[in-house]
Design a protein around this ligand. Structure first.
Ligand code: IVH
Length: 721
C-alpha cells in the first residue's frame, strides 16, 4: 500500500524512539516507522487538536496496515507503537512506583471571594521582599481540573511508565490503563528548535472525564443494569469515574471508559539542564509542543488584579466548560522565583488553589413528583428545599427511573447530597441515612400517567415506565415541542415553557408544524402576551427556519437519537431523505449506531405521520444545507456483516476485527441468515457449523486479507466458500 507522508514533514528525529539506524527506504522497518509517524501525527490532530485532517476510514486503513506489518514482522513491534494502546492482561494488583521528584499538593485559599487572590499576591510580594514600587508579579493562572494527578515518565522520548500520585512519594503503576488514553502521547513529538527530549522526564498532569462522556457512560451503565447486569453501577461524578477507570485492574475495561488529560507541570528531568526554561508559561508551551493537551484557558496575568480578573472570568465560564473544575490555580511565572520561594511541608509557597463554590451540597427532600417526557418516559424527580449549588439555586433533582430511585432509596423527608455541574440537570447523589427521620415511606413508581391517566408500562429489559397515551397525552406533546424549540435543536428563542403550556392547553398547537402556522392574533390574545412579545415569538420562529441537519434531526425527538448521533447520521448520509430511507444495515454502518438506535430510526420513519410532520415542516420553510455522503458509506464492505471464530494463524481477533471495520464491514458476535461471511481459524466451533448449515461463505486468514485488500475494493462480492 502506498503511504504518502501527508504532513510533508520528515520524521521527528529528535524525539523519535527506536530509530537507531535508518533502515533502507522501502524495507518493512522503514514502512513501519513511516506509518507510526503518520499515525502519531493524526492521533495528535484528532485527540489533542480536535482537527482531524483525514477521514476516520483513512486512519483505520493506515492503522490496519501497520497492524498487518507488525503481525508479519513481530521483531519490529515496540512499546510506543500506536497499535499498543490497548492490550495486556488483567492485573491482580498495581506495583508501587517511587516518583523521581515528589508530587506536591497545593495550598488551598478557602476564601472564595476576590480577596483570596489578593492575599496570595500580598504574601508572594512579602516573601520575595518586593517593595511597593516594584512592578506587579507575573503569574500563570490555570484551571484547577477536578480529576486525578498522574505522573508520566518518558525515557528518551518514549512513555515507559505512568503512576498515580499516591502519598506523593510513592504511587501506583497504572501504565496499562494510561496507555489507552488517546490524548497522551506514547512518545514526545519533536519540540520546536529541535530541542532534544531529555533522557528522562516526568510529565505531570490531570486525568479527567468530560461531562458529556460521564453522562453517556452513566446512561450506558443504567441500560446495562436494566438489562440485568448486576455487577454494573453508575458513577457519582466524573472525578470518581475517572479515578475508578485509572485504578481498574483490567485494561480492557479501562479502555472503554472515556478519559482525557491536561498536562500542567514536570517532575524529574535528567539531565536537569535539558529543560532550561525561564518561566512556567514556557514550560506549558514546551509541553504543548511535545504533543500534550494543555488547557487553552491558562493565562499569563499581572499582579493581584490579574488574578482577581481571571478568577471572575473563569467563574462565569465554569458552567459552559466541557469538564468539571473546582477552582483555579495561581503559579508564580518565573521559575527562578519558584525555586527561591521553595516549599513548606509538601506545599509549594509559589502556588495556591483558589476555589469556587462547591458543586455538591446538602439539602432536604420536600416531595417526589413524576414527570412525563416527550416519548412518554416517566421520570421521578425530587422536589428539594432550595439550595445554592454549582452557582445556581436548585429546587429539583432527577432520580432517573424506578431502579435508581429504589437503589438510592430517596424518601420524602430525607436529607440528600445534590450535585449540579455545568448545564447538566441536577442529580441526587445519595441519601445521608444518619439524618433520616422516623416514619418515612419508600417511594413507589406509579403505574399510571400522572397527566393523562393512561396506563404506564415498563417493557422487559427497559429501565423506564412509559405513558401509553401517545399524542393523546398533553404532557408528551408539550415536551416534544419544548425539545424541538430548545437551544441545541431549532433554537426558537422566545418559545418558553409557559407559552407552550398555554398553546397546548388551548388546543392552538398540537404538532410541530403548527408552531410555524401561528399568527399574530392567536398569539397576542394569550395571557401575558402583548403585540410586541407576540412579534418576538414570530420573528424567532422565522429565524429558526434556517437550521442545520443535525439540529433538525435531533429536534424531531427520535428515541435514542441524541445530538452526537444526529451529527454522525448527518455526516454519514449528507441529506435527510437518505436517512429516512436507510435500511437497518445501512444505518448500522454509521459510527456508534447500534441495533437499538437503528431500529428506533426505522420505526420512527416507518410511521406515515412522522414523515408527514417532516414534510409539513419543510413546506413551512424549515431548511438546512445538505452535502455528499461521507467516505465511509462508500467503503468496499459497507453494509456487510462478518463473524469471527476460532484462532487465526497470525492475526489476533482484535486485529482481524479492525481490518474488517476499516473496510466498512460490521463484525457481529453470532451467525444468522444475514451474515455475509464467517472468518474461521483453528478450533472454530458451533459458529462454523452454523455457517456451513446456512450455506454462508467461510474464509481463512488469507481469504480475509484478500477480502479487505486493495484487489477486493472493486468487488466486495468475490469471497468464496
Ligand atoms: S500543579 C505544585 N496545576 O490539584 C503543585 N495541580 O493539590 C503541583 N490540580 O492533585 C500541582 N489542576 O492533581 C496543578 N492546573 C493545575 C491543577 C492541579 C488540578 C490538582 C493536582 C493535585 C492537586 C494539588
Amino acid at each position: 500500500m502506498n503511504t504518502p507522508d501527508l504532513f510533508g514533514t520528515e520524521p521527528s528525529g529528535a524525539a523519535s524512539s527506536s530509530a537507531t539506524a535508518t533502515p533502507p527506504q522501502d524495507s518493512p522497518a522503514a514502512l513501519v516507522q513511516q506509518l507510526r509517524e503518520q499515525l502519531h501525527q493524526h492521533a495528535h490532530r484528532y485527540y489533542v487538536l480536535d482537527e482531524p485532517s483525514i477521514p476516520d476510514a483513512e486512519y483505520d486503513r493506515l492503522f490496519q496496515h501497520l497492524q498487518a506489518l507488525e503481525a508479519a514482522h513481530p521483531e519490529l513491534l515496540t512499546v510506543d507503537s500506536p497499535t499498543q494502546r490497548v492490550g495486556g492482561k488483567p492485573l491482580s494488583s498495581f506495583a508501587p512506583v517511587q516518583h523521581g521528584v515528589p508530587m506536591l499538593s497545593i495550598r488551598t485559599e478557602t476564601d472564595t471571594q476576590a480577596s483570596g487572590a489578593e492575599s496570595f499576591d500580598t504574601r508572594i510580594r512579602k516573601e520575595l521582599a518586593l517593595n511597593e514600587q516594584a512592578p506587579p508579579v507575573e503569574y500563570v493562572a490555570e484551571l484547577k481540573f477536578d480529576g486525578l494527578a498522574i505522573s508520566l515518565r518518558y525515557e528518551h522520548g518514549v512513555l515507559v511508565q505512568a503512576a498515580t500520585r499516591g502519598d506523593g512519594e510513592t504511587g501506583e503503576d497504572v501504565t496499562q490503563n494510561i496507555r489507552t488514553i488517546g490524548q497522551i502521547p506514547l512518545r514526545l513529538q519533536a519540540a520546536p528548535q529541535r530541542a532534544p527530549a531529555p533522557d528522562v522526564i516526568e510529565v505531570r498532569g490531570e486525568v479527567y472525564m468530560r461531562r458529556d462522556d460521564f453522562e453517556a457512560l452513566n446512561e450506558r451503565q443504567r441500560e446495562r443494569m436494566a438489562g440485568g447486569a448486576r455487577l454494573e453501577k453508575t458513577f457519582v461524578n466524573p472525578r470518581n469515574a475517572a479515578a475508578g477507570a485509572v485504578r481498574q485492574l483490567d485494561p480492557a475495561i479501562a479502555a472503554e471508559r472515556p478519559l482525557s488529560f491536561f498536562a500542567y507541570g514536570v517532575g524529574l528531568c535528567v539531565p536537569d539542564q535539558a529543560l532550561s526554561l525561564p518561566t512556567q508559561w514556557d514550560l506549558l508551551m514546551r509541553l504543548k509542543a511535545w504533543g500534550f493537551p494543555v488547557c487553552e484557558h491558562g493565562r499569563c496575568v499581572q499582579g493581584a488584579q490579574g488574578l482577581v480578573g481571571f478568577h471572575a472570568q473563569m467563574g462565569a465560564l465554569r458552567d459552559s466548560l466541557p469538564f468539571d473544575i473546582d477552582g483555579v490555580v495561581y503559579k508564580v511565572n518565573r521559575l527562578d522565583w519558584q525555586q527561591q520561594l521553595g516549599f513548606v511541608t509538601r506545599e509549594p509557597r509559589w502556588a495556591v488553589a483558589h476555589k469556587y463554590p462547591a458543586q455538591e451540597q446538602i439539602t432536604s427532600v420536600l416531595g417526589i413528583e413524576v414527570q412525563v417526557g416527550r416519548t412518554g418516559k416517566l421520570t421521578p424527580v425530587a422536589k428539594l428545599a432550595p439550595v445554592f449549588v454549582g452557582g445556581v439555586t436548585v429546587t429539583n433533582a432527577t432520580l432517573h427511573n424506578e431502579d435508581e430511585a429504589t437503589r438510592k432509596d430517596v424518601r420524602v423527608g430525607d436529607t440528600v447530597i445534590v450535585r449540579r455541574a455545568g448545564d447538566v440537570i441536577p442529580e441526587v447523589v445519595s441519601v445521608v441515612l444518619e439524618r433520616r427521620p422516623e416514619g418515612t415511606q419508600p417511594f413507589r413508581m406509579p403505574h399510571q400517567c400522572p397527566i393523562c391517566d393512561s396506563v404506564a408500562v415498563r417493557e422487559d429489559g427497559e429501565a423506564d415506565y412509559r405513558c401509553t397515551g401517545g399524542l393523546y397525552c398533553s404532557g408528551q406533546r408539550k415536551q416534544s415541542l419544548l425539545h424541538f424549540a430548545q437551544r441545541r435543536a431549532l433554537d426558537i428563542e422566545d418559545l418558553g415553557e409557559k407559552l407552550i403550556d398555554q398553546l397546548v392547553e388551548g388546543g392552538i398547537v398540537n404538532t410541530l408544524p403548527d408552531l410555524y402556522r401561528l399568527g399574530l392574533t392567536s398569539l397576542a390574545q394569550l395571557d401575558r402576551m402583548a403585540d410586541k412579545s407576540a412579534q418576538n415569538v414570530l420573528s424567532s420562529l422565522e429565524t429558526s427556519k434556517h437550521t442545520t441537519l443535525p439540529r433538525f434531526l435531533f429536534g424531531l425527538g427520535i428515541r435514542h437519537v441524541g445530538e452526537a448521533t444526529a451529527k454522525d447520521l448527518a455526516r454519514h448520509f449528507g441529506g435527510l431523505d437518505a436517512i429516512m430511507d436507510a435500511s437497518i444495515e445501512q444505518l448500522l454502518q454509521v459510527r456508534d449506531v447500534g441495533p437499538v438506535v437503528a431500529q428506533s430510526l426505522r420505526t420512527f420513519f416507518d410511521q406515515p405521520h412522522n414523515r408527514e410532520v417532516v414534510e409539513q415542516l419543510r413546506a413551512c420553510g424549515v431548511t438546512w444545507p445538505e452535502h455528499e455522503p461521507s467516505a465511509r458509506a462508500q467503503l468496499p464492505l459497507a453494509g456487510r456483516t462478518y463473524v469471527l471464530t476460532g484462532t487465526l494463524p497470525t492475526l489476533s481477533r482484535e486485529q482481524a476485527q479492525a481490518m474488517l471495520e476499516a473496510a466498512g464491514a460490521k463484525v457481529a458476535g453470532s451467525v444468522s441468515k444475514k451474515t455475509h461471511g464467517v472468518i474461521a481459524g483453528a478450533e472454530a466451533g458451533s459458529k462454523l457449523e452454523k455457517a456451513q448449515a446456512l450455506g454462508i461463505p467461510v474464509l481463512d486468514e488469507d481469504g480475509l486479507r484478500a477480502l479487505v485488500s486493495a484487489q477486493a475494493v472493486d468487488g466486495a462480492d468475490n469471497e468464496t466458500s
